[in-house]
Design a protein around this ligand. Structure first.
Ligand code: AMP
Length: 181
């Protein structure tokens, strides 16, 4: 199942107001979507967390956040849902034994890792990040979660860059974005 943005809902309007466009960051030609103003707004952060909580209450056993901005949202959402939090990190950061997924970026490749013992087998997992762009990061994270024995229930993003068709990299997955650009 795949769901779209919340359209003109209050939460999507708030997110649209609080995201900042930064041209040519981190390199020329990229329009970076900076969500630090949304986080800095106490109402903004609370509204996003409550929106996520209402969607997944009782449906997940753990939240996985993708380094680094997915840690912020994911940990807050896990707390609101009353479940644990598990980080997916860039190569070499996790101290224990890890599963490793290499995936393609616009230029070159990247590696993400997840502790092999992060889940009880069959745990229902919500994956969170700030932005869904091409979907490579999210697809690699699904792969890691499943190799560690988790069951991906859904992926949740604050913003989806619709023109990059990231959902195509996540066939058959439940995907939700508060705002689609
Ligand atoms: P992708 O694998 O292409 O879907 O890229 C997703 C990852 O890159 C996420 O962790 C995002 O935080 C980050 N990202 C990609 N594009 C942008 C953008 N335009 N603004 C902010 N973050 C981005």
């Amino acid at each position: 199942m795949s769901t779209g943005s919340a359209g003109q809902s209050k939460i999507s309007i708030l997110v649209a107001q609080k995201l900042r466009d930064v041209p040519d960051f981190p390199k020329p030609g990229v329009l970076f979507k900076d969500f630090t103003p949304l986080l800095a707004d106490p109402h903004g952060l609370a509204a996003v967390v409550e929106d996520v909580r209402s969607r997944y209450a009782g449906r997940v056993d753990v939240v996985v956040g993708i380094e680094a901005r997915g840690f912020i949202l994911g940990a807050a959402a896990a707390h609101a849902l009353g479940v644990g939090f598990v980080p997916v990190r860039k190569a070499g950061k996790l101290p224990g034994r890890t599963h490793r997924a290499e995936y393609t970026l616009e230029y070159g490749t990247a590696v993400l890792e997840l502790h092999v013992d992060a889940f009880v087998t069959g745990h229902r997992v919500l994956i969170m990040d700030d932005v869904l762009a091409t979907g490579g990061t999210a697809a690699a994270t699904c792969d890691l979660v499943e190799r560690a024995g988790g069951q991906v229930v859904a992926l949740d993003f604050v913003l989806e860059l619709g023109f990059l068709h990231g959902r195509d990299a996540l066939p058959g997955r439940e995907v939700h974005s508060i705002l689609v650009d």
